[in-house]
Design a protein around this ligand. Structure first.
Ligand code: CA
Length: 407
């Protein structure tokens, strides 16, 4: 077996950002317009001048202020650009051309990488859905009857999807605790996080068509870290019967970097057993006979510099491909820039829970240094790593945010 290529870029070889990663982002230098770059080691490759010099057909997409034009080019272009980049960054003879366009990360400002079209959030973790059921409905079956038959989801607010690093203002709204007779208005007292993965759509689909469970990589461009900030007190009062609304829509943070799906080729793993067997449209019809796969991605939740949980994405019940197939099974179309979240990632162990709601068991069992929900000034950072195709590990984009007091 040949040794996988590594990059000549200083510090990249063997790091979490070697050529088997190459996440996409949108960066700017002081006084300049944002444009598209790719991360290698601790640098951003400024692609517009390199692609123009190399007369790449799609060089114009790198001058855009979001990844949408690149994403809309589709899977074949995404894969061929990745092969071209791998060549540039591993072949020493390309060094003179490329090196002047490598910019240290410390010199750039990163931006929201995607102009988000529609935003959907799922609820794909069996452990999370069961924990929430036990906390909110202790006298009933934790899972509702539909949960094992379809990936439960809702439409969120794309206009408040923000890039990692954006501060989050504590939301105000109607709150009514079960012990209170009437609702009151004011700042959320139960502000929370949800550690998730997000999937970004590149190639659209036509209204009336369905995207099959085997067409994931034809439509999904890449993966982002995602924090679905959640006001539990607002959510608990408003969500029956139509689901989440203002308890979620004030902010959703995604990573500054989008990991292309090809970088996760070594991370696909079997899903947990799905019993009962889902309906046919959620089961593979491909020639390989393999069903939809999960992803072996490790997640870390850090609160003010301390790791408080390590959720494992591999335990998720519904696969990213099943969520995409379900989204379009009624003929709803996909648009370039659509984003869908996995839902909170929670594993079976108490220190694998992906929200403070679960870590503090509804606020009744403080964790860490006596913590239940978020306080003003708190900084939460989500980190993600996965096996890379080069035999080591790659890092996905991290998501960080600090809570500002209510206004
Ligand atoms: Ca969520």
């Amino acid at each position: 077996m040949s040794t996988p290529p590594t990059s000549w870029v200083e510090g990249a070889a063997g790091s979490l950002f070697d050529v088997d990663n190459l996440p996409w982002g949108v960066f700017s230098l002081p006084g300049e317009e944002p444009r598209v770059g790719v991360r290698i080691g601790d640098r951003v490759l400024d692609l517009a001048p390199v692609a123009a010099a190399e007369m790449l057909d799609v060089h114009h997409v790198f001058q855009e202020t979001s990844l949408n034009a690149l994403m809309a080019e589709g899977r074949a272009v995404r894969e061929s650009v990745r092969r071209w980049l791998t060549g540039l960054l591993t072949d020493e003879t390309e060094r003179d051309l490329v090196e002047p366009h490598l910019v240290p990360l410390t010199d750039v400002t990163m931006h929201l990488p995607v102009e988000v079209a529609d935003y959907v959030d799922f609820y794909a973790s069996l452990e999370h859905a069961s924990n929430v059921g036990r906390i909110f409905r202790p006298d009933q079956e934790p899972l509702l009857p539909n949960w094992r038959h379809l990936p439960v989801g809702y439409h969120g607010r794309s206009g408040t999807v923000v890039a990692s690093g954006t501060r989050v203002v504590r939301p105000c709204g109607q709150r009514k605790a079960p012990t209170e007779d009437a609702p009151s208005y004011g700042p959320s007292r139960r502000l929370d996080i949800e550690a998730e993965l997000g999937f970004v759509v590149g190639s659209p689909s036509a209204m009336g068509d369905r995207v099959g469970v085997d067409a994931f990589a034809d439509h999904v461009f890449g993966v982002v870290g995602l924090n679905d900030w959640s006001a539990r007190d607002i959510q608990a009062w408003e969500y029956v019967p139509l689901g989440p609304f203002l308890g979620k829509s004030f902010a959703t943070s995604i990573s500054q970097w989008v990991t292309p799906v090809e970088a996760l080729d070594a991370a696909w793993v079997d899903l947990p057993v799905q019993d009962p067997r889902p309906l046919d449209y959620l089961v593979s019809t491909g020639s390989t006979g393999e069903g939809p796969k999960g992803l072996d991605i490790d997640v870390e939740i850090e609160l003010n510099g301390e790791v408080v949980s390590r959720p494992p994405y591999r335990t998720m019940y519904w696969s990213p491909a099943q969520m995409l197939a379900h989204t379009t099974v009624n003929g709803a179309s996909l648009r370039t820039g659509d984003l869908y979240g996995s839902g909170t990632i929670s594993g079976p162990a108490p220190d694998q829970r992906g929200s403070f709601l679960e870590l503090s068991w509804g606020g009744t069992e403080p964790f860490g240094d006596g913590r239940t929900f978020l306080e003003d000034g708190d900084v939460v950072t989500l980190r993600y790593t996965a096996p890379g195709t080069g035999g080591g590990r790659i890092a996905l984009g991290e998501v960080t945010g600090q809570i500002e007091p209510a206004r």
